[in-house]
Design a protein around this ligand. Structure first.
Ligand code: CA
Length: 365
């Protein structure tokens, strides 16, 4: 193949400007650099913790993969493997750490068994919203700490979406006091589950496929999931009538995490494309959750009553959370460090949030 033909072929799929540039002799140097970074096709295997094309989270990831291909002119292909196809849903972390897959898309809160500090990167009960979490990560040092701690597992995380505020969950009976929580069996994972346990709830972990039947049959008394859009899909509105507003997952963060060696071997151009595509995915996912939750809320059956937990319960939850965090900080130095960074940002953010967003929402309402 003649050099000129090679340049033209390799540049196929790039914008018209680059393609034209390749035909101009005087631009050969620029052309060459394009071919070095983009010429070699890279295919990455990415496993997820969701079923194929799962609404919002899974479809967001499908779009991410499509955007990587598009932005790279076809030189970066990310093959998405839904849960259990290549790897079981909750083994993506270990498999990627061992370089058996290149990347995964999942929820950070799943890995608190690896290091309890990871639960803070996933989101905090009664804590920061999605936008605030992302701000802490990008500007307040959160992402740096996350990458440092994941680095010990040979992993490199990027923010891979967020759910926006989640609802507090579906209850079969109304909750009027702390006493009503005693002995209640509720599906609720993570730090929220630990807080609920201190309030007398018996937190249960169930695979997604078993939650509806357990709630319908009364094997459990309550469950949290995400928000109206995904909860309705699970059918919870047919199994319980009391739908409580959220407190335990105000801004849960999802991740697209790479095997660190694999990430470092990618060209800087492919790294930049992936980073830009994750940013786009995160913004779009938050917007899509907002729109679809707002819509699904209007479509809930009339029997469903939206409730807010009594002040007595939320006050007790705040105290219980403080105990959970102190206890974990004493046990785990990493947890203590991450919590310090998180708290520092929270204190910085709070006075501004009070007079900006919170104040405005009060005026607007
Ligand atoms: Ca949830």
């Amino acid at each position: 193949m003649k050099r000129r033909d090679f340049l033209a072929t390799s540049a196929l799929g790039l914008g018209a400007l680059s393609l034209n540039g390749c035909y101009r002799e005087e631009n050969q140097i620029e052309c060459k650099s394009i071919n070095i970074s983009r010429g070699k096709k890279v295919t990455l295997k990415l496993a997820t913790s969701w079923p194929a094309h799962f609404p919002i989270m899974g479809t967001g990831l499908d779009n991410f993969a499509a955007r990587c291909k598009e932005l790279s002119g076809g030189t970066l292909e990310i093959k998405v493997y839904p849960k259990n196809i290549l790897v079981p849903a909750l083994q993506v972390f270990d498999t990627c750490s061992a370089a058996q897959i290149d990347a995964f898309h999942s929820g950070v809160y799943y890995w608190k068994g690896k290091n309890s500090a990871f639960s803070i990167f996933g989101g905090m009960p009664l804590g920061l919203t999605s936008e605030e979490m992302i701000t802490w990560m990008k500007f307040g040092g959160g992402l740096e700490l996350w990458r440092e701690l994941y680095g010990k597992f040979n992993l490199y995380p990027l923010i891979g979406g967020s759910t926006g505020p989640q609802m507090g969950g579906w209850f079969k009976k109304e909750i009027n006091s702390l006493a009503d929580l005693k002995g209640l069996k509720m599906r609720i994972p993570g730090l929220g589950g630990e807080v609920m346990q201190k309030l007398g709830v018996n937190p249960i972990l169930l695979p997604a496929g078993e939650i509806f039947t357990s709630l319908e049959r009364g094997t459990i008394d309550a469950t949290e999931w995400v928000g109206p859009a995904l909860d309705q899909m699970m059918g919870f509105d047919k199994a319980a009538n009391y739908y409580y507003t959220g407190w335990h997952e105000p801004g849960s963060i999802l991740e697209i995490t790479f095997n660190k060696n694999r990430w470092e071997k990618l060209s800087s151009e492919h790294q930049a494309i992936i980073t830009a595509a994750t940013e786009e995915m995160t913004g779009t996912m938050i917007q899509e959750f907002r729109y679809k939750n707002a819509k699904a809320l209007q479509e809930l059956p009339k029997e469903v009553q939206i409730k807010t937990f009594p002040k007595e319960i939320m006050d007790a939850a705040k105290i219980a959370l403080k105990e959970v965090l102190e206890n974990e900080s004493n046990k785990n130095e990493d947890f203590k460090r991450v919590l310090q960074s998180y708290t520092k940002f929270t204190k910085l953010n709070m006075p501004w949030d009070e007079i900006s967003t919170k104040n405005f929402l009060n005026i607007r309402s």
